[in-house]
Design a protein around this ligand. Structure first.
Ligand SMILES: Cc1cc2nc3c(=O)[nH]c(=O)nc-3n(C[C@H](O)[C@H](O)[C@H](O)COP(=O)(O)O)c2cc1C
Length: 169
């Protein structure tokens, strides 16, 4: 049976540079793409007042259908995008309210792909992904950094992505 994977894209534009990377990963893995920008997902709320937005149905669908979750985020101000961070903040709903979903995240695999304009990614960028996976009992498979040059994915980045995909699936 083949591994079921999902690419969770957290860019502030649906068809920008991060999408180019998500698309390349999709073409080389067969994984589905979820575009967080197309969803209505509110900021974490201590009173869970946004339980009727798109977050709970989305995370429920992810835990039901996939074994590997690859987070693909642009680098915005040296960190993950705001859209991606809100998604992580909302995982708190699954620890406090929708506890079955939280339990079902355990044992799943996760990985992260960053897309910046710089070739260099500052040390520590991956820490929230690594530590969140640890906290949630998920298996962190690793990460790879990407960038776009003149609207194209450079050959080195393509090779790094193919090597990465080969090691995780
Ligand atoms: C708000 C904002 C902040 C950014 N900060 C960084 C940064 O800290 N480091 C970096 O390498 N690139 C930075 N960039 C460039 C983007 O990471 C880069 O252009 C990326 O490919 C954009 O992907 P997107 O088209 O999916 O938004 C920033 C871009 C924006 C819009």
């Amino acid at each position: 049976m083949s591994i079921r994977g999902v690419i969770v894209q957290g860019s502030s534009r649906s068809k920008g540079n991060t999408y180019q990377i998500s698309s390349f990963v999709q073409d080389n893995s067969g994984f589905d793409i979820v575009d967080l920008k197309s969803k209505q997902i509110g900021q974490f709320d201590y009173e869970f007042k946004n339980q009727n937005d798109d977050f709970i149905p989305l995370i429920r669908e992810i835990v039901a259908n996939y074994d590997i979750i690859i987070f693909v985020t642009p680098v915005y101000w040296y960190a993950m995008s705001g859209i991606m961070k809100v998604f992580f903040d909302r995982i708190t709903d699954c620890l406090q309210l929708e506890k079955k979903i939280g339990r079902d995240l355990r044992g799943k695999a996760t990985a992260m792909i960053s897309c910046g304009s710089d070739q260099e990614l500052k040390k520590g960028f991956n820490m929230p992904f690594v530590e969140s996976a640890n906290y949630l009992g998920m298996n962190y498979l690793g990460d790879v950094h990407c960038w776009i040059e003149d609207t194209e994915i450079p050959e080195k980045v393509k090779q790094d992505l193919i090597d990465f995909i080969t090691t995780i699936i």
